[in-house]
Design a protein around this ligand. Structure first.
Ligand code: GUN
Length: 292
């Protein structure tokens, strides 16, 4: 049976360091500020935004939660982003993805002050990730996964990491991060996706398999080599009449059968999710420090 990688416990370790840094900034008269913007009422997005706001408050950050109606126009959203760019009490800005369809998300991301772009989605920060510039922002989920592996003492250097999924939020930035030179990097990275041929053959050669395709229980024991490390990024809502909410959360990995083969595995919930939020807090503190 695999070791369980406890994302909540590792996130707590991150918070110990962050609390110390926040106290230091406050003693210098600055409180890191995070603005989280939600457009519309997607239930999953609402839940994520609520968690982010709650954690900011718990850490004593200045937290602003902007909830805008589903009919918000591009111009209205741009105006709000520009206000936040100018607001000296705000160091980090996040616009929850995906926005409603009338919104041009790429244009909104380009309008963000890159120094406040704690999601790491702005082209300037993407370029900084490619060139490994230390002052850029790396997207929170990839950063959280890297930290999870480092804290769990899993060797990344020289390992074959197979990433399932090529999104701008997870797959692509994660590939760049794990192939960087140095600590937490030096991996041999393969990215596979819905169009990949011989997908099982490739995933079976992974020392570390990271599933980020957004399909419940997609990764089966046949995809996995004995002794591999499995990171499950999926947060899928599947119907469940026996649950009070009418659904339960399932990862991208068929946990029970894969856990029998793996050396270590992240659960859903309680694996990658808590790390993503911890890295958002960490990026906000970094933004504040760099804006001083
Ligand atoms: N939607 C899913 N993950 C994320 C994320 O990390 N940031 C933002 N802004 N939206 C998301």
């Amino acid at each position: 049976m695999a070791n369980l990688i406890d994302g909540r416990a590792i996130a707590e370790k991150v918070y110990v360091d962050l609390r110390r840094e926040i106290a230091k900034l406050k003693s210098q008269g600055v409180t890191p500020g995070l603005a989280v913007v939600l457009v519309g009422d997607n239930p999953a997005s609402r839940a994520y935004v609520r968690s982010k706001d709650k954690m900011s408050r718990e850490l004593g950050l200045h937290s602003v939660k902007l909830e805008l109606p589903a009919a918000t126009t591009q111009a209205e959203l741009l105006a709000r982003v520009e206000e936040l760019n100018r607001d000296p009490a705000i160091h980090g800005i996040l616009v929850q993805s995906p926005p409603p369809k009338q919104i041009d998300e790429a244009a909104i991301v380009r309008a963000l002050d890159p120094r406040k772009d704690v999601d790491g989605f702005h082209p300037e920060n993407v370029a900084k990730l490619v060139s490994a510039a230390a002052d850029g922002f790396v997207p929170c989920t990839p950063l959280g996964i890297q930290r999870l592996l480092i804290e769990s003492k899993i060797d990344i250097s020289g390992a074959h990491v197979v990433i399932l999924g090529r999104s701008m939020i997870v797959g692509k930035p994660l590939a760049l991060l794990l192939m960087q030179k140095g600590k937490g990097g030096d991996a041999t990275v393969t990215v596979v996706h819905s169009r990949s041929r011989n997908l099982e053959k490739i995933t079976r050669s992974a020392d570390i398999l990271i599933a980020a395709i957004g399909r419940a229980n997609f990764v089966k024991s046949g995809h996995v080599r004995d002794g591999a490390v499995i990171v499950d990024v999926g947060i899928n809502r599947v119907e469940d009449a026996t649950s009070e909410r009418g659904y339960r959360l399932a990862g991208d990995v068929a946990f029970d059968e894969v856990a029998k083969k793996a050396a270590a595995i992240t659960p859903v919930p309680g694996g990658v999710g808590p790390m993503t939020i911890a890295m958002l807090m960490s990026n906000t503190v970094k933004a504040c420090r760099q804006l001083l």
